[in-house]
Design a protein around this ligand. Structure first.
Ligand code: ADP
Ligand code: MG
Length: 227
């Protein structure tokens, strides 16, 4: 019965998610339909309209991709990955965006071996999600530090520490709920997807936060070479 219970819980999460996805996809579809109708009736679709249409299409594509990660847990192909290398790539990718928000990104490596077992693209997706959340939380700028630490039991710890607005105890509880967002342009899928990916890697993702002071997102991953 425990197994049955677990299965039904899983179903309800996917069902909940599917309903949310349908809702999220319908809004951009409504916009797209409206613009197509405008074109049909007046032939006056402008480049600005087309830009919006492309953005809306990208939005649909993004939501569906995120959904697929959750709804269809694939067997992941793990290989040894240098965490610090991967983090540095992500920092390079997001540095310009961070600077625009007056946020300084810093990787603080306190460990010799930084190889973990994982799927590179999926881990990158997690790092990007957490880094973006940190940057977005720092409306007045500040420093975002990524610590890579050793830990007993052949585990590598990666922390994303920001100086942002933090979260209330209530929001902290809701973190990872599908479509939970406090942002006008957020989709509330980032943490949920990240948790799923890290769980698939036999790791953990936990959060500590103080309202008005900042947040620490902590990942643990099995180190490569662990028996
Ligand atoms: P989104 O970023 O699209 O809102 P997420 O799943 O990434 O979705 O995050 C959900 C919510 O959790 C955010 O809207 C925000 O309220 C809160 N949150 C996540 N990370 C942080 C952080 N580093 N600092 C403050 N709040 C955060
Ligand atoms: Mg996010």
């Amino acid at each position: 019965t425990e197994e049955l219970l677990r299965q039904s819980e899983k179903l309800s999460v996917v069902g909940q998610l599917a309903a949310g996805v349908a809702h999220e996809v319908r809004n951009p579809l409504t916009t797209l339909r409206g613009f197509m109708q405008l074109q049909k009736q007046t032939g006056k679709l402008s480049p600005a309209h087309l830009d919006i249409m492309l953005e809306e299409l990208d939005r649909i594509n993004f939501i569906v991709s995120e959904f697929l990660v959750l709804a269809k847990p694939q067997a992941i192909h793990v290989q040894p990955i240098d965490v610090v290398d991967t983090l540095q790539q992500i920092v390079t990718l997001l540095d310009a965006e961070a600077k625009l928000n007056n946020v300084q990104l810093k990787v603080d490596k306190q460990i010799e071996t930084t190889m973990v077992l994982g799927e590179s693209n999926q881990l990158k997706q997690v790092f990007i999600n957490l880094l973006k959340n940190g940057v977005e939380a720092m409306m007045n700028g500040g420093q975002l530090t990524i610590e890579v630490l050793p830990s007993p039991n052949d585990v590598v710890i990666i922390r994303f520490i920001d100086e942002g607005n933090g979260m209330s105890e209530e929001d902290l509880q809701r973190l990872g709920e599908p479509f939970f967002t406090r942002k006008s342009t957020g989709n509330g899928l980032g943490i949920m997807v990240s948790k799923q990916i890290i769980a698939n890697h036999k790791g953990t993702l936990t959060f500590r936060s103080t309202l008005g002071a900042g947040t620490c997102a902590e990942i643990t991953l099995p180190a490569s070479g662990r028996p």
